[in-house]
Design a protein around this ligand. Structure first.
Ligand code: PRP
Ligand code: ZN
Length: 284
């Protein structure tokens, strides 16, 4: 049995549960206040915790693994192992100042006050740059601080940037990038490690599938070579004869990044009746 800690509520909570669902792991329904549940079809127990508490719980072995933002792990300086990044909860951790304030570089903050919930990461960064600034620790609503004369700058998570804009702030330093990742305890037995491998295999299949589309198209046989050369496919494309004499159906997989370019080239090369669908899982 593997014990996993995930965020009870907040930015990562829904995505964490969805990820498990996409991996075919169904959690027993719980009441609103229940802080522990288990999976019906995987040896997994899930603890719902505040994200700040997850790294410590994994380090102490209360949970074997946890889904948590890299930023929280850095802040708590926990001795745990990163197993894999998950591709959601992406954000950066930045310093921001009121938008009309002149800012040159980090030395502009010498002697100033900076409000943050992440005092550890900030202090390290200031030390590294030999800047002396006062850190005002505040547990939320950090962007309010300059406007109420609590500080001259803030250091916080930036995701869309809209909280900064609506509080009249501009981002001046990006200190680190973060996303949700799986972290594990450092000394797990083989059975637990095997379960983690199994889980990661499923996560990779789900996440890889998100980057690709499945494409089907029809093409006259005299243009088959041309079309097949355009299709990057994972291996070579599947080609099947159509009922209509002299025509074939071609199936392949295309990376989302180059999708529209490839579609245009295929049309120019004589492909017709293109169908594109999402892929749910992809096992390479
Ligand atoms: C977080 C974070 C920033 C904001 C960034 O706050 O502390 O304030 O989100 O997101 P954005 O760039 O998309 O605007 P949260 O909403 O979690 O509230 P809190 O600060 O009270 O914890
Ligand atoms: Zn905030």
């Amino acid at each position: 049995m593997l014990t996993m800690a995930i965020q009870k509520k907040g930015r990562l909570s829904t995505s964490s549960i969805e990820l498990l669902e996409h991996c075919g792991i169904h959690l027993k329904k719980t009441g609103h206040d229940k802080l522990k549940t288990s999976a019906v079809n995987f040896p997994l127990e899930v603890l719902f915790l505040r994200d700040d508490d997850i790294p410590r719980c994994v380090e102490d072995g209360i949970a074997d693994i946890g889904i948590v933002g890299d930023n929280v792990v850095f802040e708590t300086a926990s001795d745990i192992e990163k197993v894999m990044p998950l591709g959601f909860g992406k954000c950066r951790m930045s310093i921001a100042v009121p938008k009309h304030v002149e800012y040159k570089d980090i030395t502009s903050l010498e002697g100033k006050r900076i409000a943050t919930s992440y005092d550890h990461i900030l202090q390290n960064y200031l030390d590294k740059n030999n800047v002396n600034a006062g850190i005002h620790k505040i547990s939320g609503s950090v962007e309010i601080a300059p406007g109420i004369n609590m500080s001259e700058a803030i250091f916080d998570i930036v995701s869309t940037g809209s909280t900064l804009i609506s509080n009249g702030l501009k981002e001046v330093e990006i200190i680190l990038e973060s996303e949700a990742s799986i972290y594990s305890n450092n000394s797990l037995d083989k059975d637990k490690k095997d379960l983690i491998d199994k889980l990661c295999f499923r996560i990779r299949s789900v996440n890889t599938a998100k980057d690709y589309k499945y494409i089907l198209l029809n093409v006259p046989n005299n243009k088959l070579d041309l079309v097949c050369n355009i299709l990057p496919g994972m291996k070579s494309p599947t080609i099947m004869p159509l009922g209509k004499e002299g025509w074939s159906s071609v199936h392949s997989v295309i990376n989302e990044d180059i999708f529209w370019d490839v579609i245009e080239q295929l049309k120019d090369a004589g492909a017709e009746s293109l169908l594109v669908t999402d892929i749910e899982k992809m096992i390479l």
